[in-house]
Design a binder for this molecule. Structure first.
Ligand SMILES: [Zn+2]
Ligand SMILES: [Zn+2]
Length: 116
């Protein structure tokens, strides 16, 4: 009897897996026209231009300088979305970590360190 129950459970699981797999395949098949339409739209020149602009914006790294702390005297110099180099940030929690910095911040930091 026990054996029968185990076999039944295995069958049920296998059947459930088959149904889920089939449902996923069906769902993907049904979504395919939407993906195709999306790909077609994405290839249109005006849409490409928008995407390229977004990609360019994403490639820009934000400056993660902690201006207030790192160079309080030159807080206004930061070019927030134009990090060009990697600097070191010493934190009690994480130790030394690499952070992207914009050029003015890097200079301001250096000046601040030098003044100290
Ligand atoms: Zn800064
Ligand atoms: Zn900066």
């Amino acid at each position: 009897m026990g054996d029968d129950r185990d076999t039944g459970l295995a069958d049920t699981l296998a059947e459930a897996g088959r149904i889920v797999g089939q449902a996923l395949t069906d769902a993907l098949e049904r979504m395919r026209p939407a993906f195709d339409a999306l790909a077609e739209v994405a290839n249109r020149p005006e849409v490409r231009a928008v995407i390229e602009r977004a990609e360019k914006a994403l490639r820009r790294r934000p400056c993660l300088c902690f201006c207030q702390r790192a160079h309080p005297a030159d807080r206004g110099v930061c070019e927030v979305f134009d990090a060009v180099i990697t600097g070191q940030y010493s934190s009690d929690l994480l130790g030394d970590v690499d952070v992207p910095l914009c050029a003015p911040c890097a200079a301001a930091r250096a000046a601040h360190q030098f003044a100290r």
